[in-house]
Design a protein around this ligand. Structure first.
Ligand SMILES: [Zn+2]
Length: 510
């Protein structure tokens, strides 16, 4: 039983608290003694993100810090960023391993080690945060939010997180190194963060603080992404438009600190598998990169809530009821279930009903066994499409503009290009037909198109410049008639602006 244990600071890792304990009690150099005292074990390894031996620790802490294991895991480790994306079974195993005295292969068993997004090799810190910690608390400590894999900046100080000399997965397995015992004195390197960088940061922190310690499982995540593609109009018939999604997301992250995650071509990119049937779990950052780009204002709490409402497995009726003729009483039971569902949810559309815990299974059963009746008993309510994602138009609008900007560069640089009309620009966008129909709801797209679409006169001016370059390349004299002929401008269409441009080109000497 411990008679002393340091009081944890906000956002501190359990590893850091143990490191400070060793320092405060003067046991720092004898790490075996530290783990024996703290974990009642001579083998407890110093694993910062998913530590083990926590039942023993909680037991030893009772006198000085009566905390339970779940709170310890949720508030002082990195478990909550991983668990919701694992299967129920995997998440439960991780928790069991963390509580037990055999932590060993937690990362491998949960699939965390296999991800292409890796944990930083060293503990990271923000030089400005360290200064603040020392002046406010009298000592420095390792923050949880600075160890999130793939997140490389401190939002509070807009600076890059620096690597300390301390290995995150230490080679001396039992060492708990306090921040104060290592060199953490780099000068802060400031950087400019985009709104999207900040939004992803906030979602990552929200996930870290979510306290959601159960696994939601592959089937739910598969359904979630399929519904998402459907709701955002990114499906053609029943096929997910992987290329469009990839382009949309990649465009969003261009020029940000997360750009490096979109270097792979679409055929090899993990994003495609995220929208297919999930066969393994995906790294939390992969989820956040896609969700922050496609539905930026969708809170993580709402996400976890929505996903947990989806069915965890394929409804039994699909797998085992096929080809077996339903009896009349079975049909009546299912019809009644459906009627009840309609009555309880008068303002939910068919898609919404299928998303309810019992709705999906009922729908599939009736569809297979009693389709005619089901078709006559569909909900009257017409849901507002995409109402689930409050930000769709705004987001759609923003991504259109991003795509238009790069499309403009490509189109404008073609030699002898045709006039850049509004229609031509719209054609460069994913879901061009929908964009045209919804221009009224997409103010930024509309404004961009109006200000960039070329008038006939604009295009004549462009042709004049091209003609000038050709004449120069041929070493002939720049003459009005020559310019007009090469630029193919008829005499009667010459406006005062064109006239001025011709005069200017005739006088140009370069
Ligand atoms: Zn900071």
């Amino acid at each position: 039983m411990l008679g002393y244990f340091p009081v944890p600071y906000g956002d501190e890792l359990l590893y850091s608290i143990v490191g400070r304990h060793a320092l405060h009690t003067g046991l720092g150099s004898n790490q075996k003694a530290v783990i024996r005292e703290v974990f009642s074990s001579s083998t407890a390894a110093a694993i910062p993100d998913l530590p083990s031996h926590l039942d023993a620790l909680v037991h030893n802490l009772q006198l000085v810090w009566p905390i339970n294991v779940e709170d310890l895991i949720a508030s002082f480790t990195l478990a909550s960023i991983y668990l919701p994306f694992l299967s129920q079974d995997q998440a439960a195993k991780v928790i069991r391993s963390m509580r037990s005295d055999i932590g060993g292969s937690i990362h491998t068993r949960s699939g965390i080690a296999a991800s292409t997004i890796k944990q930083s090799a060293f503990f990271r810190y923000c030089p400005e945060c360290i200064k603040e910690q020392v002046s406010e608390c009298g000592e420095a400590y390792w923050r949880r939010s600075h160890q999130l894999p793939g997140l490389a900046f401190c939002k509070g100080h807009s600076c890059i997180l620096e690597n300390s000399p301390i290995y995150f997965r230490t080679r001396e397995k039992h060492h708990f190194v306090a921040t104060a015992s290592s060199r953490v004195d780099s000068t802060a390197k400031y950087l400019e963060l985009s709104d999207l960088d900040l939004s992803l940061h906030d979602s990552y922190i929200e996930l870290l603080q979510s306290r959601h310690l159960s696994g939601l499982g592959a089937h739910r995540w598969t359904l979630f992404y399929r519904n998402l593609a459907n709701d955002l109009g990114l499906m053609h018939k029943s096929r997910v438009q992987h290329k469009e999604i990839y382009q949309l997301v990649k465009h969003k992250w261009d020029g940000s600190t997360f750009e490096c995650h979109f270097q792979e071509p679409v055929e090899k990119h993990w994003l495609v598998n995220l929208f297919r049937k999930h066969r393994k779990s995906f790294h939390p950052l992969m989820h956040l990169l896609v969700l922050s780009a496609l539905i930026p204002k969708y809170a993580v709490s709402k996400l976890l809530d929505d996903v947990s409402q989806l069915p965890a497995t394929v409804p039994k009726s699909v797998t085992s009821m096929q080809n077996v003729k339903a009896t009349e009483s079975e049909i009546e039971v299912h019809r009644q279930g459906w009627r009840d569902l309609l009555k309880q949810n008068p303002d939910v559309g068919i898609k919404g009903l299928r998303g309810l815990p019992s709705g999906g299974a009922l729908y599939v059963w009736l569809y297979r066994n009693d389709k005619q009746w089901l078709m006559c008993n569909k909900p009257q309510f017409q849901p507002v499409i995409r109402a689930r994602y409050e930000t769709d138009y705004q987001h759609w609008d923003e991504s259109n503009v991003a795509i238009l900007i790069s499309a403009h560069i490509a189109l404008a640089s073609q030699p002898n290009r045709p006039r850049l009309t509004q229609t031509q620009f719209i054609k460069a966008l994913p879901r061009a037909n929908s964009v045209e129909k919804h221009l009224g709801d997409l103010p930024d797209t509309r404004r961009w198109l109006t200000s960039h679409a070329e008038s006939v006169e604009d295009h004549q001016l462009y042709r004049l410049c091209e003609a000038f370059e050709k004449i120069k390349a041929n070493n002939t004299e720049v003459k009005r008639w020559r310019l007009l002929r090469i630029a193919n401008i008829r005499q009667e269409l010459i406006t005062p602006k064109i006239e001025t441009e011709i005069l200017k080109l005739e006088l140009r000497r370069d």
